[in-house]
Ligand binder design. Structure first.
Ligand code: BTN
Length: 326
């Protein structure tokens, strides 16, 4: 049975109401046994299925699945290729593997990732249908040196889209963690391929916690928050997963166009105005050592500036992590 049938079933159940086995069979043109086989796949995807005697089946709270047409509309004026997938290993991995054959601006979105990638080799918890997992491939002509500060600019872009929903208190922890009250709301992972001294492709991966199921959250090893809870806390209504994913596509493509011509300079102030921990004591760890000092901000290349006894230390990214030392 194909993904298409499962998708049809999910679209019917997405309204959060009860649907009887008979109704599902009729709408999917299949026997009730075949429907049951499809329904059994939902818990395997991590989707909570409720059944009530005499009532049928429902997905408590419903689901807002991605819809190609809505995504394309919200992403305007972006007009690239959209790969919309149900389940795959990682949207970043997908574009990295196909980097030689896809056009600059191509986007891959999935309802679920089975091997979502986070920074510093960590996994990114990616349950089905609840969050946003999105990657965009972009071609740069000037090699790795033209990418200085890009990962921070992506953070700015994601923060601005989330603020556009009406969410308050969105901050950026160097280089690009998107936080609210020190809880992670979204993460960014950049991967590069091609010629480091010439034409290269960057895959910009963005994960937004939208409505993290409690079961899945048990695998997250840092404080986190999701858009649904924040929206409730802050009295923001009417947020749509399709709208935000579409706006992210539009914002990323416009940011990448601007970055290709002006670099990080157009984004530095926007990053600093949302920076977490500036002027405060932090600890910065590399593979070799941990240094403590006061966070000064970032320079024109996006490097982190740390005031330590004896001078200012610069960190350029890679395997570096930062945490509050207060
Ligand atoms: C982080 O550790 O903060 C970075 C998380 C990045 C997650 C996103 S989800 C879409 C894209 N595909 C991946 O496998 N990772 C990124």
């Amino acid at each position: 049975m194909s993904d298409a049938v499962l998708m049809q079933l999910l679209r019917i159940l997405a309204d959060g109401n009860y649907h009887s086995g008979e109704e599902l069979g009729e709408r999917l043109s299949m026997s009730r046994t075949a429907v049951w086989k499809q329904l059994k796949k939902l818990p395997e995807l991590g989707v909570e299925l409720q059944s009530g005697r005499g009532q049928g089946y429902c997905l408590p709270g419903g689901l807002e699945l991605f819809q190609r047409e809505r995504l394309l509309k919200e992403a305007e004026p972006w007009q690239g290729d959209l790969q919309l997938e149900l389940v795959l290993d990682s949207t970043n991995a997908q574009l990295m593997t196909r980097s030689a054959n896809v056009k600059s601006g191509t986007v891959c979105i999935a309802e679920q990732q089975t091997a979502g990638r986070g920074r510093r080799g960590r996994a990114w918890v990616s349950p089905f249908g609840q969050n946003i997992y999105l990657s965009m491939l972009w071609q740069f002509e000037g090699g790795a040196s033209s990418l200085e500060g890009l990962s921070l600019a992506v953070g700015v872009c994601v923060a601005e889209v989330l603020e556009g929903l009406g969410l308050n208190g969105v901050t950026l922890k160097w280089p690009n963690d998107v936080l609210v009250d020190q809880r992670k709301l979204a993460g960014v992972l950049l991967e590069m391929t091609g010629d480091p001294a010439g034409v290269c492709q960057v895959v910009v991966g963005v994960g937004v916690n939208w409505r993290m199921p409690i079961g899945a959250a048990q695998n997250i090893d840092q404080p986190w928050v999701d858009v649904s809870h924040l929206a409730e806390e802050q009295g923001v209504s009417g947020v749509s997963r399709n709208a935000v994913a579409g706006r992210l596509i539009a914002a990323l493509s416009s940011m990448l166009t601007e970055f290709s011509s002006v670099g990080f300079s157009g984004f530095r102030q926007r990053w600093l105005s949302r920076a977490a921990f500036v002027g405060r004591s932090v600890a910065v760890s590399t593979a070799k050592e941990t240094s403590s000092g006061v966070l000064l901000g970032v320079d024109e290349a996006g490097a982190l500036l740390l005031d330590v006894a004896g001078g200012v230390q610069r960190y350029y990214g890679g395997e570096v992590s930062l945490r509050s030392a207060e």
